[in-house]
Design a binder for this molecule. Structure first.
Ligand code: SF4
Length: 69
């Protein structure tokens, strides 16, 4: 099994809804003392791909992005 490519939250776009943390708590968490989300772990098995792609689509700020190499 491979790993997912790196992804991140653009905090300027995050609306602080918290959906990503509920959808994939293995990857997203709240930034300490703030309401915006961050990716604390992108070292995930490929099996997470559908869930990550779904929350990228569902994120109201379209704030979850692949890190361009
Ligand atoms: S789903 Fe999008 S807008 Fe909502 S907390 Fe996560 S990154 Fe922010």
């Amino acid at each position: 099994m491979g790993k997912l490519p790196e992804f991140f939250v653009d905090q300027d776009l995050c609306t602080e809804c918290g959906d990503c943390m509920k959808a994939v708590p293995q990857a997203f968490r709240k930034v300490e003392d703030e309401e915006v989300a961050e990716v604390y772990n992108w070292d995930l098995e490929e099996s997470f791909m559908p869930r990550v792609q779904q929350i990228m689509t569902d994120c109201p700020g379209k704030a979850i992005l692949w890190r361009k190499k």
